[in-house]
Design a protein around this ligand. Structure first.
Ligand SMILES: CC(C)(COP(=O)(O)OP(=O)(O)OC[C@H]1O[C@@H](n2cnc3c(N)ncnc32)[C@H](O)[C@@H]1OP(=O)(O)O)[C@@H](O)C(=O)NCCC(=O)NCCS
Length: 210
């Protein structure tokens, strides 16, 4: 995105970012479909991510293949997004899901679940055996993920940084107390039943920095 000067130009760029396998998945029941992100999604992504810089970072990482960016849309346009980071260092070797967000006016229609399923499909297509993420320990979204087959594998101190996408300089940093949640993918195909069995490191309470 550094070769783009402004939104007027990015809005015209409808090329899918990156080379990630599957294209659009349609859901006629809800009218919500999930497709690869595009540079012209930047204004919507900035709204969802609550930060133009964060959105630009995600678009650039997807363009350069380090991440896959997915967008949920309906007839009104983009309604949600998620990113998958492939060289994750928070729960290696598993890819890392982050930035899941559905517009408040469009929640409760399955867009969030469809985004997560599409991310799982993308991870499966790359041969991943599991998909990981983290969520603040006191956030009810932990239960939302658990109802979709994710299991808490350990407590985590997530070190976050804000980076200026143009200079790549860190502009702010901090830590957040989170749970790492992980879902095995082998033998699953968008199956939302809880996963049975025990993670060897489940509930250890180990604090890790990434
Ligand atoms: C978490 C989030 C992505 C879910 O998106 P969504 O499109 O509403 O997801 P779904 O429609 O698949 O599921 C919504 C759940 O809320 C319930 N729900 C029903 N109506 C709802 C409404 N109007 N608003 C929100 N949730 C509603 C659904 O029944 C469902 O419950 P379930 O977990 O028991 O099945 C969305 O709430 C969000 O963007 N939250 C803020 C950002 C966030 O927390 N991101 C995760 C960071 S780790």
């Amino acid at each position: 995105m550094t070769d783009h000067d402004g939104h007027d130009e990015t809005r015209r760029d409808t090329t899918a970012l990156g080379t990630s396998g599957r294209g659009t998945t349609d859901d006629r029941a809800t009218g919500v479909r999930v497709r690869p992100g595009r540079a012209d999604d930047l204004p919507a992504l900035a709204r969802f991510a609550d930060s133009g810089n964060r959105a630009l970072w995600r678009v650039e990482e997807a363009r350069d293949g380090r991440e896959t960016l997915l967008v949920a849309e309906d007839a009104t346009g983009p309604v949600g997004t998620v990113s998958i980071r492939w060289d994750n260092d928070c729960d290696p070797p598993h890819p890392w899901l982050y930035g899941l967000h559905v517009d408040a006016d469009h929640r409760g229609r399955g867009a969030g679940e469809r985004l997560v399923h599409a991310a799982e499909d993308a991870a499966r297509d790359r041969g991943a055996s599991a998909l990981s993420l983290d969520a603040d320990r006191d956030d009810p979204v932990v239960g939302w993920y658990e109802r979709r087959g994710y299991r808490r594998v350990r407590a985590h101190e997530h070190r976050w940084t804000s980076v200026d996408p143009r200079t790549r300089q860190v502009t702010a940093s901090g830590t957040a107390a989170t749970w790492v949640l992980r879902r095995p993918l082998d033998g699953h195909d968008a199956d939302t039943r809880p996963v049975t069995g025990t993670e060897t490191d489940a509930g250890s309470g180990t604090e890790e920095a990434s």
